[in-house]
Design a protein around this ligand. Structure first.
Ligand code: FES
Length: 137
């Protein structure tokens, strides 16, 4: 009887380990009014679950981790209000710093030049989904 051949071990699937979890439903599309209140939720960043939010600007949904890069502080202080009175910029409720809603870049205030951590947001079928932080491993 010939020796039994051993079944080769499955190769390590590095891509599978790096694979992101499936998109997570956050809210209904209609929950996000143009330049209006955001929807708060939690998302993982560097394997830690932290506050995050989604807003709508210029018809598109955007999402960010809810913390400023100069101090670990939630922009809305828990209120769900992320926009300034004009609905054109995101604003830090504590320091008045303003951020471009399309990319999270701070254009005024103590964190000028720094950016919020953007989330990969998708809107389909009347719902908003979060696929996490694009470059987060
Ligand atoms: S925490 Fe950075 S501007 Fe308020």
């Amino acid at each position: 009887m010939p020796p039994r051949k051993r079944k080769p071990a499955a190769p390590a699937d590095a891509a599978a380990r790096k694979r992101k979890p499936a998109a997570r439903a956050i809210c209904a599309s209609k929950a996000l009014a143009e330049g209006g209140r955001g929807v708060r939720f939690e998302a993982a960043y560097e394997h830690v679950t932290m506050p995050a939010f989604v807003i709508r600007f210029d018809g598109k949904a955007y999402g960010y981790m809810n913390r400023c890069m100069h101090v670990c502080y939630e922009l809305d202080s828990g209120s769900g209000v992320f926009f300034d009175d004009d609905g054109l910029s995101l604003v830090c409720s504590a320091h008045g710093a303003t951020f471009d809603p399309t990319n999270g870049l701070c254009n005024f205030g103590p964190c000028k030049g720094l950016s919020l951590i953007a989330l990969d947001i998708e809107e389909t079928g009347g719902k908003i989904y979060c696929k996490g932080v694009p470059e987060d491993g």
